[in-house]
Ligand binder design. Structure first.
Ligand code: SAM
Length: 324
């Protein structure tokens, strides 16, 4: 009698694969799903367009950067806030510093819609509607309604909330020619926590275009308020897209060179450190600078005082728990 043929039934030690239990398979699949979800989210928010940004940055408190803002930069002025997110900083400026007008722009249209809705949180329940015989609940539930315009179809200047507008747009223009065609429209431009996202998504070309566009949009004597992220914080976001990775590796104009670039190449006359507002998370505690365009055509640099990362606590910020 010949021995039974086990050939097809035996497994050598090399080919032996322990069978995965359904529990193991399930957790592997769950891990994959979680990873993909994280990748999708990173991609969705690749512009720093976080929808809960102010929630985790400010925890319902007044933004600490507000304390170093000065009335003279805003009151009666035309202001642009680039990368306004859900509009809380823009709205706080519009309400407390009474600019003649302030436009918040953001690349993310959902954030712009949120910003428009957020206006209602800054209008007090007893807002003028009382005088007009509207119930307070109307303002609370629906936000402000249209106010009387003047004969030229304009709202009274500096009259919150009619001094604020939100617009969806990419501030980075597709060509240098378009940057050169910009007219002077603004007295003050806010560029807060934006540079990293422009730099990673559009590279050195994009950040340079953004700075030059800001300069061209400013009237003589106008101000740029700049809060830039540190280069070391770019690392965490560089792998979101292939383009971002390529841009990251090609960066020559490092953030610590922005101040020199803005003064020497773009043409701002002065640069002053405004402050490094405190924040419980060091990643959010960054220097804020004021760049001023010469009041006359003569672009003479009077004084330069800038400082970058000489403060050790600021240097530490790679250990941040939270930042953008
Ligand atoms: C981290 S948030 C900063 C929000 C706000 N400036 C602040 O500091 O409170 C960056 C914002 O810039 C917007 N953003 C990124 N690239 C932009 C672009 N090219 N044009 C307009 N907005 C942009 C994002 O959508 C996001 O809302």
């Amino acid at each position: 009698m010949s021995p039974p043929n086990f050939k097809n039934h035996t497994q050598t030690s090399e080919s032996f694969q322990p069978k995965q239990s359904s529990q193991q398979k399930w957790s592997k699949r769950a891990n994959m799903k979680e990873k993909n979800k994280k990748k999708d989210e990173a991609y969705r928010f690749r512009y720093g367009n976080y929808h809960q940004y102010y929630g985790y940055r400010n925890h319902g408190q007044m933004d600490s950067r507000m304390s170093c803002m000065k009335q003279e930069w805003f009151s009666g002025k035309d202001v642009l806030d680039i990368g306004c997110n859900a509009g809380h900083f823009t709205l706080a400026i519009a309400k407390y510093f009474t600019p003649s007008s302030i436009i918040g722009i953001d690349i993310d249209h959902t954030l712009i819609k949120m910003a428009m809705k957020n206006v209602r949180h800054y209008t007090t329940p007893t807002y003028d509607f009382e005088e007009e015989d509207f119930p307070v609940s109307f303002a609370v539930c629906h936000g402000p309604i249209a106010q009387m315009m003047d004969a030229k179809g304009r709202y009274p200047a500096g009259n919150f909330p009619f001094n604020v507008q939100f617009v969806q747009a990419n501030f980075v223009l597709p060509s240098d020619e378009l940057v050169d065609m910009q007219d002077q429209h603004f007295d003050t431009v806010l560029c807060l926590s934006l540079t990293k996202w422009v730099h990673l998504n559009w590279g050195d070309i994009g950040i340079k275009r953004m700075f030059r566009r800001i300069f061209n949009l400013l009237r003589p004597g106008g101000n740029l308020i700049l809060e830039a992220q540190l280069f070391k914080s770019y690392n965490k976001r560089k792998n979101i897209t292939v383009k971002m990775y390529q841009h990251y590796n090609q960066i020559e104009l490092l953030p610590e060179m922005f101040n020199d670039y803005l003064l020497k190449d773009v043409g701002f006359e002065t640069c002053d450190l405004i402050d490094i507002p405190a924040h419980s998370s060091q990643g959010f505690s960054r220097p804020m600078y004021l760049f001023t365009k010469a009041a006359s055509a003569e672009m003479k640099r009077k004084h330069v005082f800038y400082h970058y990362s000489s403060d050790s606590s600021y240097e530490e910020c790679d250990n941040e728990e939270l930042s953008d």
